[in-house]
Write a protein that binds this ligand. Structure first.
Ligand code: HEC
Length: 273
C-alpha cells in the first residue's frame, strides 16, 4: 500500500500546486473528490497496472511456461483490442457464458497449467497494503486496450439471453436481514449513501457510465478493482452471503449490467473515489 499511496501523493504533488491542495482541503469532501479525480485523470495509477498486465500477458508463465498470447477472449486467439467490450458472452469451447475474469482464468488454467482452485476472491483481489494481483494487472491491461470502443455485449445465443434474464431477476431479488435488492440502492435518481452517489442502474445513461468505468482504480483503497470485486462488495453491502468469485450469479449480473450499457463507450480502467 505504501508504495502505491506514495505514487498518488507524487501524482497529486505533480498535478496540483500547493495552493490548489490547500483549497481542496477547505472544500466539501465531494467537491474535493471531483477535483482530485480531474487532477489525476492524466496520471491514473491504473496505467501502471495496465503496463504490468501487458508484460504478464506476454510473458511465459505457469507450469506450462507459455504466455497468454494464444488466449481467445472471444475474437480469436490472441486478439485483445475490443474483446472486453463483448464480454460476458457465450463460448462454444466451454459451453458457458463467461465474463472477462472467468475467461482469463480459463486461459490460465487450460493454457498455462495453473490450478482452477487457485483462483478465489482471496487470491484474485488484493487486500489492504498488498500489491496488485496478477488478475488485477491483466484485467487493467485488457480494458486499457479497449478504451473508447463501444460496449456491445451480445444477446444472440440462447445462453446469453438466459444469463441476462437470470441477472435481471437477481438484480431485483430482495433478501437478507434488510430485505435489500440491488435495486434498493440502484433504481432511483440522486440517491446517495454518506458521500457516495448511487447510480440508477435501471436507466440507460447511468447504466452505461457505471459499466464503462469498471475495472477502476479506487483511490480510497489505493488499488485497482475489477467488476467481480465491485459486485462482491455490493453483495457485502446488501448483507447477502459472500459472492463466489466467477460464480454463475456474478456472471449473470455482469451480463445484465453489460447489456443495459450497450452503446456506451468503454472508459476503463477509470479512477474512482
Ligand atoms: C446497500 C446499498 C447497495 C446495494 C444493495 C448494492 N449496491 Fe452497488 N453500490 C453501492 C455503493 C455505495 C456503491 C459505490 C458508489 C461509489 O463508491 O461511488 C455501489 C456501486 C455499484 C456499481 C458501480 C457504479 C459506478 O458508477 O461506479 C455497480 C455496477 C453496482 N454497485 C452494482 C450493484 C449490484 C449489481 C448490486 C446487487 C447485487 C448492488 N450494486 C447492490 C451500494 C449498494
Amino acid at each position: 500500500m505504501k508504495k502505491r499511496s506514495y505514487l498518488i501523493y507524487a501524482a497529486m504533488l505533480g498535478g496540483l500546486s500547493s495552493m490548489a491542495s490547500l483549497a481542496i482541503a477547505q472544500k466539501s469532501t465531494s467537491d474535493a473528490i471531483a477535483e482530485y479525480r480531474a487532477a489525476l485523470q492524466d496520471g491514473n495509477p491504473a496505467d501502471l497496472n495496465a503496463a504490468r498486465g501487458e508484460v504478464l500477458w506476454k510473458t511465459p508463465r505457469g507450469p506450462n511456461n507459455v504466455s497468454l498470447e494464444q488466449c481467445d477472449l472471444g475474437m480469436g486467439a490472441g486478439k485483445v483490442k475490443g474483446a472486453v467490450t463483448q464480454l460476458p458472452r457465450y463460448f462454444a469451447d466451454t459451453k458457458r457464458v463467461m465474463d472477462v475474469e472467468s475467461r482469463l482464468v480459463h486461459c490460465m488454467v487450460t493454457q498455462q497449467g495453473f490450478k482452477a482452485d487457485e483462483f478465489t476472491a482471496k487470491t484474485a483481489f488484493s487486500s489492504d497494503g498488498q500489491r496488485a494481483t496478477v488478475i488485477e494487472d491483466l484485467v487493467a491491461y485488457l480494458y486499457d486496450e479497449s478504451r473508447e470502443l463501444p460496449i456491445s455485449v451480445p444477446q444472440a445465443h440462447k445462453e446469453e439471453k438466459a444469463a441476462y434474464a437470470r441477472g435481471k431477476k437477481i438484480f431485483f431479488f430482495k433478501g437478507g436481514p434488510y430485505d435489500f435488492s440491488c435495486a434498493s440502492c440502484h433504481s432511483q435518481d440522486d440517491k446517495r449513501i454518506r458521500l457516495q452517489d448511487l447510480p440508477n442502474l435501471t436507466k440507460p445513461e447511468p447504466a452505461k457510465a457505471a459499466f464503462s468505468q469498471w475495472p477502476a482504480y479506487r483511490v480510497s483503497q489505493g488499488a485497482l478493482r475489477t467488476m467481480q470485486w465491485r459486485l462482491y462488495d455490493c453483495f457485502r453491502q446488501q448483507r447477502f452471503p459472500e459472492l463466489q468469485y466467477m460464480s454463475q450469479t456474478s456472471i449473470d449480473l455482469i451480463t445484465f449490467l453489460g447489456v443495459n450499457a450497450n452503446g456506451g463507450k468503454m472508459a476503463a480502467p477509470a479512477i474512482k473515489r
